[in-house]
Design a binder for this molecule. Structure first.
Ligand code: TXA
Ligand code: MG
Length: 333
């Protein structure tokens, strides 16, 4: 199959493909998503196949707004309304009970809940509004690889497997949305993202729990995706929590390093072994997946050292993704 690249003014062509049941990747403010009409079971199953994703890992449902969401949610509690009013469109995914029979089981993995997301991206908003139906929206990468933050990343992973990609340029945030579960008594963040637990708690006026992500295969995990290997390039990744440790590392031509600009300047390695994460944590969020992909394509790199951040809630999302990429491996720990 030829994978067409659509520009911003070719949305109608993309809508036509989606309406026919084809798969089209789309930009959001976080990462690129892999779209298919959410009400068509065959299309949804195609998404699992294209990504190589386990069938028990449910998909996010991407909507154009609250009104569309209401057609698929069993009920919309006041807490959800508060969060929607404050954060949508934006990088917050909300888990609610699904209206039985409104979506194929393939979307929810047979669970009683469904994850709703309304991205802050005009292009994608117009796409869904024109289609008139929600689209599923898992990250548009091959399963286990870092999420795509450019149309090129999507093309690298899924060319020949999907009908099209809408190119909206590089995504703003670079890490996936915050997921909050509102199907339980005390709201709980299942996946950290740009919107922090503190911000959520402030808007809700109550405590918000944070999932520690420690799930065993025997349990049904609250966010099924968490039990899988994730974001992993082919070379092992090591987190460097303290920048003072960088001088102790034995760098050689087979090591890669990802760090903030000033830190990187102090490390004696050829430029192709270095990946600049930028000036600060916000830049690092934006660049993390791109860096992991950069080294994934360099087959002579056998180990990648990546700068960690310990800046409280603001670094939760970055460290969550990095810890998964590193399978918990930290330097000097
Ligand atoms: O920023 C994002 O959220 C991106 C963009 C493309 O919208 N999407 C994204 O989707 O990250 P995905 O599928 O890569 O990650 C969604 C996570 C998975 O770990 C999945 O297990 C979890 O959400 N999830 C989806 N539906 C769920 C449900 N009903 N209950 C618990 N977890 C759910
Ligand atoms: Mg994903």
């Amino acid at each position: 199959m030829e994978t067409k690249i659509f520009s911003k003014d070719q949305i109608d062509d993309a809508v036509e493909l989606l309406a026919k049941g084809e798969l089209v990747a789309f930009p959001t403010e976080t990462v690129y998503g892999l779209g298919a009409i959410a009400t068509n079971e065959k299309s949804v199953k195609g998404v699992y196949a294209a990504k190589g994703r386990p069938s028990d890992n449910p998909l996010i449902v991407t909507v154009s707004g609250e009104e569309m969401m209401r057609k698929y949610a069993l009920e919309v509690p006041e807490k959800a309304e508060k969060l929607i009013k404050h954060f949508w469109p934006g990088p917050l995914t909300i888990l609610l009970f699904v209206k039985p029979g409104s979506l194929p089981d393939a979307v929810t993995g047979g669970l009683k809940t469904v994850a709703f997301r309304c991205p802050d991206d005009q292009l994608t908003h117009d796409l869904i509004a024109k289609l008139g139906y929600p689209i599923v929206g898992p990250s548009a990468n091959t399963s286990t690889k870092p999420s795509p933050t450019t149309a090129e990343h999507v093309y690298h992973d899924l060319k020949g497997k999907i009908a099209g990609i809408i190119d909206g340029g590089a995504t703003r945030v670079g890490l996936e949305s915050t997921i909050i579960d509102l199907s339980v008594d005390t709201p709980i963040v299942l996946r950290p993202g740009e919107i922090t637990p503190e911000e959520l708690s402030e808007v809700l006026g109550e405590k918000v729990l944070i999932n520690t992500g420690k799930v065993s295969d025997k349990q049904i995990p609250k966010a099924p995706g968490m039990k899988y290997r994730h974001y992993a390039p082919s070379a092992p990744v090591v987190v460097v929590d303290d920048v003072a440790d960088f001088p102790q590392i034995d760098f050689d031509k087979n090591t890669g390093v990802m760090a903030l600009h000033d830190q990187l300047a102090k490390i004696d390695l050829p430029t192709e072994n270095k990946f600049d994460l930028g000036k600060n944590l916000v830049d690092a969020d934006h660049n993390l997946f791109g860096g992991l992909r950069y080294f994934d394509d360099k087959k002579d790199i056998k180990q990648i050292f990546v700068q960690g951040f310990n800046e409280g809630e603001n670094s939760l999302a970055y460290m969550n993704r990095l810890n998964k990429a590193a399978a918990g491996h930290h330097f000097n720990k």
